[in-house]
Design a protein around this ligand. Structure first.
Ligand SMILES: *[C@@H]1O[C@H](CO)[C@@H](O)[C@H](O)[C@H]1NC(C)=O
Ligand SMILES: *[C@@H]1O[C@H](CO)[C@@H](O)[C@H](O)[C@H]1NC(C)=O
Ligand SMILES: *[C@@H]1O[C@H](CO)[C@@H](O)[C@H](O)[C@H]1NC(C)=O
Ligand SMILES: *[C@@H]1O[C@H](CO)[C@@H](O)[C@H](O)[C@H]1NC(C)=O
Ligand SMILES: *[C@@H]1O[C@H](CO)[C@@H](O)[C@H](O)[C@H]1NC(C)=O
Ligand SMILES: *[C@@H]1O[C@H](CO)[C@@H](O)[C@H](O)[C@H]1NC(C)=O
Length: 195
């Protein structure tokens, strides 16, 4: 065997061992029980596979403004900043509400072209940001309360016994922390005014 050939074999071995270990991703796998299903990251396997769908084609879109029961309009500024305003004529309050099924929604700023999204931190905290690329973080579950107002829960926010995790605007115009907002609060209740 020439040294050159030996070097090739060593290189090939090195490449193979690296790629095979990256497929396993540190999860001990019993070769006899391995199947394509098992190669998905663990946490995704037990959950509803639908939760990982990004949903890119709305079935219905409606233009309007999202008005909170506390009197504020949600607006998405040109630079993607999400805030609340009392100015009903602000062009940044004009949103396109996209429906993916009866309850699954996205809000797109018509002038900024940013989507309202919720970035979850440490599985509990969440902040509202504007995003341009579609991901599950811009999906919200809409629910109509008995009083006719609607609530919006970020799809990515973990469900919990307290039923917290809602878009909410307080009477001072600041967002209520989502891990503290429940559907019964005025801050969490909205009306979508379509034009
Ligand atoms: C691997 O699977 C076999 C057959 O299902 C089982 O007998 C064995 O205990 C398993 N080994 C480990 C390390 O899980
Ligand atoms: C976004 O624009 C608003 C209004 O022009 C400004 O107040 C804010 O500082 C900007 N934010 C960033 C992150 O640039
Ligand atoms: C917008 O707000 C102003 C001031 O609060 C109010 O006078 C006006 O009626 C509102 N316009 C609409 C269309 O709601
Ligand atoms: C309300 O928004 C309009 C349109 O963006 C703007 O021209 C106006 O100055 C704003 N009014 C106030 C009080 O901020
Ligand atoms: C809409 O899709 C979401 C995400 O898959 C799901 O959680 C929700 O139950 C669906 N709603 C309806 C009415 O089908
Ligand atoms: C539920 O609420 C209690 C009291 O406010 C709080 O201590 C607890 O962390 C909350 N649990 C969740 C899962 O948010």
């Amino acid at each position: 065997m020439t040294p050159k050939l030996l070097l090739k074999i060593v290189c090939l071995y090195f490449v193979l061992s690296c790629t095979s270990s990256s497929i396993v991703q540190g999860i001990p796998v019993n070769a006899s029980s391995r199947s394509p299903r098992d190669q998905q990251p663990r946490r995704l396997r037990k959950s509803n596979p639908d939760l990982n769908r990004v949903f890119t084609h709305p079935t219905i879109t409606i233009d309007g403004q999202l008005l909170s029961r506390t009197g504020y309009f949600l607006e998405i500024l040109q630079n993607g900043t999400i805030q609340a305003t009392l100015n009903n004529s602000s062009i940044y309050t004009k949103l396109e509400m996209q429906s993916y099924n009866r309850t699954l929604k996205r809000f797109k700023g018509i002038h900024s072209e940013y989507f309202l999204a919720c970035e979850i931190r440490n599985r509990r905290r969440g902040i509202f940001i504007g995003v341009r690329s579609l991901s599950t973080n811009s999906l919200f579950i809409e629910h109509m309360e008995e009083n006719g107002y609607t609530t919006y829960r970020p799809l990515d926010f973990p469900t919990n016994n307290n039923n917290t995790g809602h878009l909410a605007i307080k009477v001072n115009g600041k967002f209520r922390r989502i891990e503290r907002s429940t559907p019964g609060m005025h801050a969490s209740q909205f009306t979508f005014l379509n034009h």
